[in-house]
Design a protein around this ligand. Sequence first.
Ligand SMILES: Cc1cc2nc3c(=O)[nH]c(=O)nc-3n(C[C@H](O)[C@H](O)[C@H](O)COP(=O)(O)OP(=O)(O)OC[C@H]3O[C@@H](n4cnc5c(N)ncnc54)[C@H](O)[C@@H]3O)c2cc1C
Length: 458
Amino acid sequence: MLSESIQSELGEIVGNEHLLTSPEALICYSYDGTFHESLPEAVILPADTAEIAQVLELCNRQRIPVIPRGMASGLAAATVPVDGGLILNTVRLNRLLEIDKANMMATVQAGIITSDLQLEVEKLGLFYPPDPSSVRHSTIGGNIACNAGGPRCLKYGITGDYVMALEVVLADGRILRTGGKAIKNVTGYDLVSLFTGSEGTLGVITEATLKLIALPEAKRTAQAIFPRLEDASKSVNAVLWGGIVPATLELMDETAINAVEDYMQLGLPRDAEAILIIETDGDPADAARDMDVVARICSEGGASEVRIAKTPAESDELWRARRSISGSLGRKRPNKLGEDISVPRSAIPDTIRGIKEISQNRNLPIVIFGHAGDGNLHPNILFDKNDPEEWQRVQAAVADLFGLAVAVGGTLSGEHGVGTLKKPFLESDVGPVAIDVMRSVRHALDPHGILNPGKIFD
Ligand SMILES: Cc1cc2nc3c(=O)[nH]c(=O)nc-3n(C[C@H](O)[C@H](O)[C@H](O)COP(=O)(O)OP(=O)(O)OC[C@H]3O[C@@H](n4cnc5c(N)ncnc54)[C@H](O)[C@@H]3O)c2cc1C
C-alpha cells in the first residue's frame, strides 16, 4: 500500500478521482492477456504528458515502481506488476492530434486505440498498416512499446517501421522529444528505435508521429488447402520467388484446423496438414492478377483446392477459420499459453515437426498457427493451471520450444515481447554481452530501476 502522503501527492497531480486504490479496482488492473495476475498498490490515470512527468518525478524521488499500461492486451505479462507499485494507465491520452496529409503522417497521443486511428486515416484515403489482431483493444503506445506485428507485416512491416517521432517521459520526469517528420534522419543515435520495443522499461511514451501510406484500393482473399505441410511451406517461398508479396500469408496446421472445426463446423478438411490464407492487395487489376498467380503456384505446389473469394462477404468467410482459432482453443482446456517464436521461413516445416514432437513427449496438446510469410509461429499450449503436475510439463514444453526456435536459427519472440514470461530464456537467445549492454542502457535512463521492474531481465 502506498503511504497516505504519497497517495495525497498523486491525487493532487491527477485529481483524486483518477487515482484508484480500492481492492476491486486493483483486481481489474492485476492482469493482461496472459493468465498471470498480481495486484498493484494503486492505479493512476493521468490526463496528459505534464501530469505523467510530475507522477514520474515523484515516483523516482520516492523509489516507487511504475508500470506503464495501455489496454493490457499484452501476451508476455509485461504490464502485470511483479511486486506491487503504481500502474500508470495511458487510456485518457487518446486523442488523434493531427493528420498531416502533405507529409502522409499522423500524430497521436499514446493511449489511442489502434483501430480508431486506422478508421480516421482511412476516411482520407490513407492507411496505417500495422495490424496486431488486437487492433480494436490495444493502444498505439502499447503497440510501440512491444513493437507489435500482425498478419500484414510480410508486405508492410512492423510497428517500428512506421514510428517517425516520439514524445517520452523519462524515469526522472524529464520530457524527451525525438525524431521528426524528415524521412531521412541520422542525426545522433536513433532514440526512436531505442524506445520502440522497450516494453515500458525505458520511459513512458506519451505521443507518436506515425508514417502513413496510400490506402490500397482493392484486396483479394484465398484459402489454399494442402494435404502436406511441406508443400504449403514450399509454396510460401514459391509465391515470394514468383515476385508476389501478398498482404497476408497465414498458416493453420492440422491441429488448428481440427480445433476450429470442433468448435465451428465450417467444413474445413480435417485431414489436410495445412491451410494457407492469402490476401493480395493494390489496385483492383493488380490484386486480381497477383491472386491468379498465387492460386496457380499453390495448385502446382500441391494444394488440393484453392478457394478464391468473389465478394467481401466471401472473403470474411474465408478469414473466419483463422479468426476463430483463439475462441476455439478456449473451449478445449481452461488455460492456453500462446507462444510467439519466429524462425527463418525455410525452417518452418522442421519447426512444426519439432513442435509436434514436443507435444507428444510432454503429453500436451499444442495448436500451431501463425504468419507463414515471415516465419512467426504461435504454438499454443493447452492446459489446466490448477493441475500442478501438468503446469510443470507446460514449463518444460516452453523451454523445449525456445530451445527449438534458437536451434533452427530463430528467436523467442516475433512480436509479443519478453515481459516476465520469456525472461528466464532471454540469455539463451541473445547472449550475456547483449544483456549486459541492455542493462547499461536501462541503468543510464533509469538508475533507480523504477520503470516496469522485473521485466525483460532483472
Ligand atoms: C487476441 C489478441 C491478439 C493479439 N494479436 C497480436 C498480433 O497479431 N500481433 C502482436 O504483435 N501482438 C498481438 N497481441 C498482443 C498485444 O495486443 C500487443 O502486444 C499490443 O501491442 C499491446 O498493446 P496494449 O495497449 O494492450 O499494451 P499493454 O498490454 O497495456 O502493455 C504492453 C507493454 O507495453 C508497455 N506500454 C504500454 N503502453 C505504454 C506506453 N505508453 N509507454 C511505454 N510503455 C507502454 C507496458 O508496460 C507493457 O510492457 C494480441 C493480443 C491479444 C489478446
